[in-house]
Write a protein that binds this ligand. Structure first.
Ligand SMILES: [Zn+2]
Length: 307
């Protein structure tokens, strides 16, 4: 079998055991943070279900069914693809059609729906009936980084598999083995424990940029860096709201009084909202406004923290 990420193995083994007993649910949803490996697990499970010569560690990769799949040419596997940001009703109709009729390789049929939470309401409705009564021998695997966003009716008809990434120590070890860049200690927290996201940040040097931004913010709030210098460095930075939000969460984890915490969060949320709602907003000005508002709140907190 194509090697699966080590933290996915316990759940894959469970799926394997259920498959061999014929007890795997016909509609599943794999959930967890972006970059935890949901797509990889969905594909490994699809490979297992389609394989004609299952091995103790998964699909054999050598039977006719596996070869067709590896060539991207398996008539009984459908990975839903969409060119837009949403999965529309047409894609689901195509899926429904696919599920009917016998499998061409005399085995199971498998459908993978990546980013299932982007289904439109009409698409979700069109999928319901198939989820309720999946045609015999058909498995539908939904993948979602944003589970609450999936409609409740869809959720209630799928067995949820919440993916876990394992201990921080094991993941750090794995990440260090994959990349030459030393891993900043907070990177996994920033990625909500998702190792693949952390790895892509390490490889793209986004991790270095994150370290720099955190240091700049710390300097500003401790009075070592001027506002204008900070804004010049930060304005227009990719993922700025995520970076700033992460910094604030770290700061708020230190002891502080409740009202100040609320004030910090409110200011941050207003800034995030304005950035998407106010068209043509002067971003440097808005950022300066936010940082100025936050400074006394966080400075006071620091004094309290030190005393
Ligand atoms: Zn095989």
């Amino acid at each position: 079998m194509t090697e699966l990420y080590p933290w996915l193995l316990p759940q894959f083994n469970q799926m394997q055991a259920l498959t061999s007993k014929g007890q795997l649910a016909h509609a599943l949803v794999l959930t967890g943070a972006a970059g935890i490996g949901k797509d990889a697990l969905a594909r490994a499970l699809a490979a297992l279900l389609l394989c004609k010569n299952r091995q103790p560690d998964g699909a054999c990769d050598t039977c006719k069914s596996c070869l067709l799949r590896l060539a991207g040419n398996h008539a009984d596997l459908l990975v839903l693809q969409t060119e837009t940001q949403h999965i529309g009703v047409d894609a689901i109709r195509q899926l429904n059609q696919f599920t009917y009729g016998a499998a061409q390789q005399q085995g199971y049929k498998v459908v993978i729906i990546p980013a299932a939470d982007t289904m439109t309401e009409a698409a979700a409705n069109a999928l319901l009936k198939t989820l309720e009564e999946p045609p015999a021998g058909c498995f539908i695997i939904l993948v979602s980084s944003n589970y609450p966003q999936l409609s409740a009716t869809i959720r209630s008809r799928c067995q949820q598999w919440q993916l876990h990434a394992g201990s921080k120590a094991t993941l750090s070890q794995w990440l260090n083995a994959q990349s030459n860049t030393p891993m900043p200690p907070f990177l996994l927290d920033y990625c909500q424990g998702a190792p693949l996201k952390a790895l892509s940040m390490l490889k793209s040097e986004q991790a270095t940029s994150l370290t720099e931004v955190l240091a700049l913010l710390e300097d500003y709030f401790s009075g070592k860096l001027q506002l204008t210098a900070l804004v010049k460095q930060l304005d227009g930075k990719a993922e700025l709201s995520g970076l700033l939000g992460f910094y604030l969460r770290q700061r708020l984890a230190r002891p502080a009084d409740f009202l100040r915490q609320q004030a910090v969060l409110t200011a941050y949320q207003r800034w995030c909202r304005d950035a998407t709602r106010i068209i043509g907003q002067n971003s440097a000005l808005a950022l300066s406004g936010l940082l100025t508002e936050l400074k006394p709140l966080l400075q006071h907190q620091e004094m309290k923290w030190k005393s």
